[in-house]
Design a protein around this ligand. Structure first.
Ligand code: DC
Length: 227
């Protein structure tokens, strides 16, 4: 093992359960958590607030480098501040996710976020949730997991999450959005959504959240990464 803190990467398409699972595993182990999707969502939101077009790559790269964000870990959740304002809810909308997916295809935006993501690697360990955690950001991670679920199941999960949050949504339009976002995330030329060669793929379609958490914790223990 390297002398750096251990990393568990959790990659996969939207709605596969990465966010929930990563948080639960990080909480259980007392590890740091990186929600890299939030960084892309925050960048997109900052662009809207500063009137930067989502295809103006040089301006977006400058904006990304200077991004003023703070993650405040609280019990069960993380509060996210953009330029001192709490945007935890605003970055979770489908619109923010869609804009995030658009800017995520720009190489200089990804490059500008790279070191910021690596800085989350601190003892005793890090759970990194995203699309390219195992392939690009932490290629030397000690354990790489790629979570999937059928598009229909992912749409259903998003729908229930939104309902819980009191947000109106339609299942069929969520399914269409998920399929469009999958296509964009998988087909982009830079850091496309693909499992790392050494990732373990886990289909969560018929697994419960505690079952997935258990599986990941076991894999970490088998590798001697937990106390
Ligand atoms: O995981 P999420 O839904 O919050 O991510 C929002 C968008 O950001 C997603 O469509 C793709 C992009 N993203 C990415 O390209 N690379 C990451 N490591 C995380 C997210």
């Amino acid at each position: 093992m390297s002398n750096k803190a251990a990393v568990l990467t959790v990659d996969g398409p939207g709605g596969a359960g990465k966010g929930t699972i990563s948080r639960l595993v990080a909480d259980r182990l007392g590890w740091q958590l990186l929600d890299s999707g939030a960084l892309y969502r925050l960048t997109a939101l900052a662009a809207r607030r500063h009137d930067v077009a989502l295809d103006d790559e040089p301006a977006l790269a400058r904006l990304t480098i200077g991004l003023d964000v703070v993650f405040l870990a609280e019990e069960d959740t993380t509060r996210v501040l953009l330029e001192d304002e709490d945007v935890s809810r605003e970055i979770r909308t489908e619109q923010a996710g869609d804009a995030a997916s658009q800017i995520a295809s720009l190489p200089s935006v990804r490059q500008a976020l790279l070191q910021r993501q690596r800085d989350f690697r601190r003892p005793p360990g890090l759970v990194a949730d995203g699309r390219d955690m195992g392939t690009v950001v932490f290629p030397d991670a000690e354990l790489k997991v790629f979570l999937t679920a059928s598009p229909e199941e992912r749409a259903r999960r998003r729908y229930l999450q939104l309902q819980d949050a009191g947000v109106d949504a339609s299942l069929s339009s969520l399914l269409k959005e998920i399929q469009a976002r999958d296509a964009r995330d998988m087909q982009r030329s830079v850091a496309p959504l693909v499992p790392a060669d050494d990732a373990i793929e886990l289909d969560t379609t018929s697994l419960s959240i505690p079952e997935v958490v258990e599986r990941l914790t076991e894999w970490l223990a088998e590798r001697g990464l937990t106390r």
